[in-house]
Design a protein around this ligand. Structure first.
Ligand code: 13P
Length: 251
């Protein structure tokens, strides 16, 4: 049985004051939804605050990025060991904004994935196609390529302690959501690829999240799909009410 995960990617939003308020509300609401795992992904500078506010609760936290390197002359980067200092359980890798705006290739993403795993931090690998790719009918090929880079570097075993997030680029921040059928189709494709790679690998235990304009109004339908194990939420995770309403839609 895969426990649903509702993860809030705050992107480059927040302030000390608004994070304090947001976490207080999320903490209160979380106790009413014990069967769903909640996680938040603040900008790096707020990790200390988030750790302070969430330690001892059932809510997890992590980062939106991680360096592929352990330490050294990499100005502006943050290493996995530093995330460990703040007890991060997760790190998002390969978000489409990092791929598109900061030139992260499949291979860089695979190395970040490996860097997180090595330190016991669970990577959340984002995959997804652009609108042109969907229209060209190459969605599956793109996603297979993004997953293969991780398989080539770390092998299938690296997915035992990882999460995958299917985020169609055309649905991110656009208000357009994949239909539940479109999401299910890709999620089940992803799972089948993990299973085919190694028949012994328990692909049915890997959590696959959907991300892209998930809101309280569309969450229930998406989360009811057999291979949708939660959501990676952008905009709606900045409002405690909306974030909690999405988590409640898991039930
Ligand atoms: P939105 O929910 O704002 O579309 O963002 C999704 C996302 O990119 C989560 O990582």
């Amino acid at each position: 049985m895969r426990c649903k995960l509702i993860a809030g990617n705050w992107k480059m939003n927040g302030s000390v004051e608004c994070i304090r308020g947001l976490l207080e509300e999320i903490r209160k609401g979380a106790v009413t939804i014990p069967s769903v795992e909640l996680a938040v992904f603040p900008p790096f500078v707020y990790l200390g605050l988030v750790e302070q506010q969430l330690s001892g609760t059932a809510i997890s936290w992590g980062t939106q990025n991680i360096s592929e390197y352990a330490s050294g002359p990499y100005t502006g980067e943050v290493a996995g060991q530093m995330l460990r200092d703040f007890n991060c359980q997760y790190a998002i890798v390969g978000h489409s904004e990092r791929r598109a705006l900061y030139g992260e290739s499949d291979q860089i993403v695979a190395r970040k994935f490996a860097a997180a795993l090595e330190l016991g931090i669970k990577p959340i690998l984002c995959v997804g196609e652009t609108l042109e790719e969907r229209e060209e009918g190459v969605t599956e090929r793109v996603i297979e390529r993004q997953i293969r880079a991780v398989l080539d570097l770390g092998g299938i075993g690296s997915f035992s302690d990882a999460v995958i997030a299917y985020e169609p680029v055309w649905a991110i921040g656009t208000g357009k959501t994949a239909t539940s059928e479109q999401a299910q189709e890709v999620h089940s494709f992803i799972r089948s690829k993990l299973a085919v790679h190694d028949m012994m690998f328990p692909a049915d235990q890997v959590r696959i999240l959907y991300g892209g304009s998930m809101k309280p109004a569309n969450a229930r339908e998406l989360l009811a799909m057999p291979d949708v194990d939660g959501g990676l939420i952008g905009g709606a995770s900045l409002e405690a009410k909306e974030f909690l309403a999405i988590a409640k839609a898991c039930g």
